[in-house]
Design a protein around this ligand. Structure first.
Ligand SMILES: C[S@@+](CC[C@H](N)C(=O)[O-])C[C@H]1O[C@@H](n2cnc3c(N)ncnc32)[C@H](O)[C@@H]1O
Ligand SMILES: [Zn+2]
Length: 350
């Protein structure tokens, strides 16, 4: 009976997860604060999903960041600081109202409701998980809108429930705030009206999610929440938009072309970063092995030299003995003894 070979499906080896904040491959992400979410925290730099998504967005904005004159980071997280330091060539200004609370490194202590900056002076601003702490969030939004330059953009994020109205009460006692807003220092939980609030204060929001800008595979491997929204905000005033805004964020595109390009590029090269990390560790392993082999070669060479020296000494001694033997063999009594021995042997053999 004819046998058929079982077809083998080529399998792609599982590529390690990748942290866009610290730029390193990791085996797995750790559970988030309070063990609430699996796959949340980077074991290397501590980034959470939101920090990593922001890093992806900032990577997508790299050419823009390089030309930004002023970047404003409100309540900077350490992962963002490291990331921005790599990209920003202009002024990078870190601000917080109460930096001592989280031992945050800042350049200026100020409130987002009263920023010590001139109108339209900021090219890029970050305001992640701050507005839900601020009693007068409309004043804060107005300030963001005031300081943003005509072609400037901001990334804003807040805890958000799109299916309910905003629930807020800055006067609520602490216990109630934990229950209603999720944390003792939050004064509200934003709902579906969040974007209207932004618009009312002069900011034009565009929703960005990992699902919209990256392939599902990258969303999983980069440890992102597919539907976690980051709002890209721009000054709503029409004519105020500078050419840069038109180039990077075309009208009607819904999302920045730079990000689309990043997503497409990453989708075409899914294992790029992990491949690089693996190649690097293979290279380091090879260097280690090479060092070990080099040590062995040095050791063997020394032993070879020693053996050669011994051989030369033995040769010298052998030469001496050979000469002595030849001299001895030339002696008449010895020649006679040899001749006798040969004669006896012939007689015995007959
Ligand atoms: C949860 S932390 C956000 C940290 C970081 N952006 C992140 O996403 O991980 C909130 C920060 O907002 C700051 N904050 C609260 N009210 C503020 C205000 N009115 N102006 C500026 N910063 C404020 C707090 O001091 C705190 O550092
Ligand atoms: Zn990391």
């Amino acid at each position: 009976m004819a046998t058929t070979a079982t077809p083998t499906t080529p399998t792609t080896p599982e590529v390690a997860r990748y942290c866009a904040s610290c730029g390193r491959a990791v085996d797995a992400f750790l559970p988030g604060p309070g063990g609430k979410r699996p796959d949340a925290a980077c074991p290397r730099c501590g980034s959470l999903e939101r920090h990593r998504f922001l890093s992806v967005l900032l990577d997508g904005m790299a050419p823009y960041l390089a030309t930004a004159r002023v970047v404003l980071d409100i309540a900077p997280s350490k992962q963002t600081v490291a990331h921005l330091r790599r990209h920003v060539q202009g002024h990078y200004l870190r601000v917080d109202f109460d930096p001592s609370a989280d031992r945050r490194a800042v350049d200026v202590q100020a409130s987002v409701t009263d920023l010590p900056l001139p109108d339209r002076s900021v090219d890029l601003l970050l305001c992640f998980h701050v507005l839900e702490h601020v009693p007068d969030d409309r004043a804060a939004m107005r300030e963001l809108s005031r300081v943003l330059a005509g072609g400037g953009v901001g990334f804003v994020q807040v805890p958000w429930r799109p299916h309910t109205e905003t629930d807020e009460d800055p006067a609520a006692p602490e216990e109630e705030r934990v229950r209603r807003f999720g944390q003792a220092d939050h004064v509200r939980y934003y709902g579906r009206d969040f974007e209207d609030r932004l618009r009312a204060e002069g900011l034009d929001p565009v929703r960005l999610t990992p699902r919209a800008v990256l392939s599902p595979d990258l969303v999983r491997r980069w440890g992102l929440l597919p539907d976690e929204v980051v709002w890209l905000v721009r000054p709503a005033e029409a004519g105020a938009r500078a050419p840069l805004g038109d180039a990077v964020l075309p009208e009607g595109a819904g999302r920045p072309t730079a990000l689309v390009a990043l997503g497409d590029y990453a989708a075409r090269h899914p294992g790029l970063r992990s491949d690089l990390d693996r190649a690097k560790s293979r290279f380091e392993g090879a260097v280690e092995r090479l060092e070990a082999v080099r040590g062995e070669v040095v050791d063997l060479t020394a032993r070879l030299r020693e053996a050669e020296a011994r051989a030369r000494r033995a040769e010298k001694r052998a030469g001496k003995w050979e000469r002595a033997y030849r001299e001895l063999a030339a002696q008449p009594p010895i020649r006679l003894a040899r001749a006798l021995r040969r004669r006896v042997a012939r007689v015995v053999s007959r």
